[in-house]
Design a protein around this ligand. Structure first.
Ligand SMILES: [Zn+2]
Ligand SMILES: [Zn+2]
Length: 138
C-alpha cells in the first residue's frame, strides 16, 4: 500500500474525513525532521493550498496526535511536532530551540527491557533532553 493510501485508510478507520489538505499536511509533517510548529507547517502547506487556514493545520495536527502519528514537544511556550516514529532522543537546544533527533540502537534495547519489567505499553517513545547545541555554545 502506498503512503497516501495508508494515510487515507488511517483517517477513515478513525472516523475522520479525508481531504487533500489533510493529506498534504500529513505528508509534510511525516517528511520533516525539523520538529516544526503549526505556524511553520502552515507556511509550507499554504504554498500548495493557498486557501488553507491555520485552524485546519491545528485541527489536523490534533487528529494526528490523537491517532499516535505525532508527538508534541512543548518548550518555552512553543508547541513543536515530531513525526519520527522510531524511538529516539530529542536534543532540545534551550537557546535557539533547534531539536535534533538521535536514534541510538541501545535505546531500543533499554526501552524493551524497562517496559518488559513493568509490563508497560509505550505510546510515546521519545525522550527529551534539554541543553545547548554546538552552535549556541560557540
Ligand atoms: Zn542552539
Ligand atoms: Zn524527534
Amino acid at each position: 500500500m502506498s503512503l497516501d493510501k495508508k494515510l487515507v485508510e488511517t483517517f477513515r478507520v478513525n472516523g475522520y474525513r479525508v481531504t487533500p489538505q489533510r493529506i498534504t499536511i500529513t505528508q509534510m509533517i511525516l517528511k520533516s525532521r525539523e520538529h516544526p510548529t503549526a505556524e511553520q507547517l502552515y507556511e509550507q502547506v499554504v504554498k500548495i493550498h493557498p486557501t488553507i487556514s491555520l485552524s485546519t493545520i491545528y485541527n489536523t495536527l490534533k487528529i494526528l496526535k490523537g491517532i499516535n502519528i505525532l508527538n508534541e514537544i512543548s518548550h518555552n511556550d512553543m508547541r513543536r511536532f515530531d513525526a519520527n516514529p522510531n524511538p529516539h532522543v530529542n536534543l532540545v537546544c534551550e537557546i535557539c530551540g533547534k531539536i535534533t533527533d538521535v536514534e541510538e540502537p541501545a535505546l531500543y534495547d533499554l526501552l524493551e527491557q524497562v517496559t518488559n519489567q513493568q509490563i508497560f505499553t509505550i505510546t510515546n517513545n521519545h525522550i527529551n533532553v534539554y541543553g545547548m547545541c554546538k552552535y549556541c555554545k560557540k
